[in-house]
Unconditional design. Structure first.
Length: 122
Protein backbone atom coordinates (compact mmCIF):
# COMPACT_ATOMS: atom_id res chain seq x y z
CA UNK A 1 0.00 0.00 0.00
CA UNK A 2 1.45 3.35 -1.08
CA UNK A 3 2.01 6.42 0.99
CA UNK A 4 -0.03 9.54 0.18
CA UNK A 5 3.13 11.55 -0.58
CA UNK A 6 4.60 9.18 -3.19
CA UNK A 7 3.46 7.70 -6.50
CA UNK A 8 1.53 4.46 -6.18
CA UNK A 9 3.18 3.13 -9.35
CA UNK A 10 6.60 3.68 -10.93
CA UNK A 11 6.49 5.55 -14.23
CA UNK A 12 8.16 8.66 -15.57
CA UNK A 13 8.11 11.00 -18.56
CA UNK A 14 11.34 10.03 -20.34
CA UNK A 15 11.42 13.13 -22.60
CA UNK A 16 10.88 15.51 -19.67
CA UNK A 17 13.43 13.72 -17.47
CA UNK A 18 16.07 13.68 -20.24
CA UNK A 19 15.52 17.39 -21.00
CA UNK A 20 15.83 18.43 -17.36
CA UNK A 21 18.86 16.20 -16.78
CA UNK A 22 20.52 17.89 -19.77
CA UNK A 23 19.75 21.33 -18.32
CA UNK A 24 21.14 20.29 -14.92
CA UNK A 25 24.42 19.25 -16.53
CA UNK A 26 24.85 22.77 -17.94
CA UNK A 27 24.27 24.53 -14.61
CA UNK A 28 26.61 24.79 -11.63
CA UNK A 29 24.11 24.23 -8.85
CA UNK A 30 26.83 23.40 -6.33
CA UNK A 31 27.72 27.10 -6.07
CA UNK A 32 24.05 27.94 -5.57
CA UNK A 33 23.84 25.29 -2.85
CA UNK A 34 26.95 26.78 -1.19
CA UNK A 35 25.33 30.23 -1.24
CA UNK A 36 22.23 28.94 0.54
CA UNK A 37 24.38 26.86 2.89
CA UNK A 38 26.23 30.03 3.95
CA UNK A 39 22.91 31.75 4.63
CA UNK A 40 21.51 28.69 6.44
CA UNK A 41 23.37 29.62 9.64
CA UNK A 42 21.11 31.80 11.82
CA UNK A 43 23.87 34.30 12.71
CA UNK A 44 24.91 34.68 9.09
CA UNK A 45 21.26 35.17 8.13
CA UNK A 46 20.97 37.84 10.84
CA UNK A 47 24.11 39.58 9.58
CA UNK A 48 22.83 39.52 6.00
CA UNK A 49 19.44 40.84 7.11
CA UNK A 50 21.11 43.59 9.17
CA UNK A 51 22.99 44.62 6.03
CA UNK A 52 19.64 44.83 4.23
CA UNK A 53 18.60 47.39 6.85
CA UNK A 54 21.72 49.54 6.60
CA UNK A 55 24.03 49.80 3.60
CA UNK A 56 27.21 49.37 5.61
CA UNK A 57 28.13 48.24 9.12
CA UNK A 58 31.46 47.81 10.88
CA UNK A 59 32.39 44.52 12.55
CA UNK A 60 31.72 46.02 16.01
CA UNK A 61 28.20 47.08 14.94
CA UNK A 62 27.51 43.60 13.58
CA UNK A 63 28.82 41.87 16.71
CA UNK A 64 26.50 43.99 18.86
CA UNK A 65 23.52 43.47 16.56
CA UNK A 66 23.80 39.66 16.67
CA UNK A 67 24.92 39.58 20.32
CA UNK A 68 28.27 37.92 19.69
CA UNK A 69 31.95 38.58 20.20
CA UNK A 70 33.90 40.43 17.53
CA UNK A 71 35.79 37.18 16.81
CA UNK A 72 32.54 35.29 16.17
CA UNK A 73 31.15 38.07 13.98
CA UNK A 74 34.43 38.17 12.03
CA UNK A 75 34.31 34.40 11.49
CA UNK A 76 30.78 34.65 10.05
CA UNK A 77 31.72 37.64 7.92
CA UNK A 78 34.71 35.76 6.46
CA UNK A 79 32.38 32.91 5.48
CA UNK A 80 29.91 35.33 3.90
CA UNK A 81 32.75 37.09 2.08
CA UNK A 82 34.15 33.80 0.70
CA UNK A 83 30.70 33.00 -0.72
CA UNK A 84 30.38 36.42 -2.38
CA UNK A 85 27.54 37.53 -0.12
CA UNK A 86 29.31 40.50 1.47
CA UNK A 87 32.18 42.78 0.56
CA UNK A 88 34.32 44.86 2.87
CA UNK A 89 36.49 47.91 2.95
CA UNK A 90 38.96 49.23 5.51
CA UNK A 91 38.82 52.78 6.77
CA UNK A 92 41.69 53.38 9.13
CA UNK A 93 41.35 50.76 11.84
CA UNK A 94 37.74 49.91 11.04
CA UNK A 95 36.44 47.21 8.68
CA UNK A 96 33.09 47.98 7.08
CA UNK A 97 30.89 45.34 5.46
CA UNK A 98 28.05 45.65 2.97
CA UNK A 99 26.06 43.24 0.82
CA UNK A 100 27.92 42.30 -2.35
CA UNK A 101 25.03 43.31 -4.60
CA UNK A 102 21.26 43.85 -4.75
CA UNK A 103 20.61 40.18 -5.60
CA UNK A 104 21.54 39.10 -2.08
CA UNK A 105 19.03 41.56 -0.61
CA UNK A 106 16.38 40.30 -3.05
CA UNK A 107 17.06 36.67 -2.07
CA UNK A 108 16.68 37.46 1.63
CA UNK A 109 13.54 39.53 1.20
CA UNK A 110 11.94 36.90 -1.06
CA UNK A 111 12.82 34.18 1.48
CA UNK A 112 11.23 36.20 4.28
CA UNK A 113 8.14 36.86 2.17
CA UNK A 114 7.89 33.12 1.48
CA UNK A 115 8.27 32.34 5.19
CA UNK A 116 5.42 34.75 5.99
CA UNK A 117 3.20 33.11 3.36
CA UNK A 118 3.97 29.64 4.71
CA UNK A 119 3.18 30.80 8.27
CA UNK A 120 -0.17 32.24 7.21
CA UNK A 121 -1.11 29.05 5.33
CA UNK A 122 -0.44 26.72 8.27
Amino acid sequence: MGSKDTCDIYCYDKEKVTRIQWELQKEDLSSVAQLFKALADENRAKISYALCQDEELCVCDIANIIGSTIATASHHLRTLHKQGIVKFRKEGKLAFYSLDDAHIKQLLLIAMEHRNEVKSNV
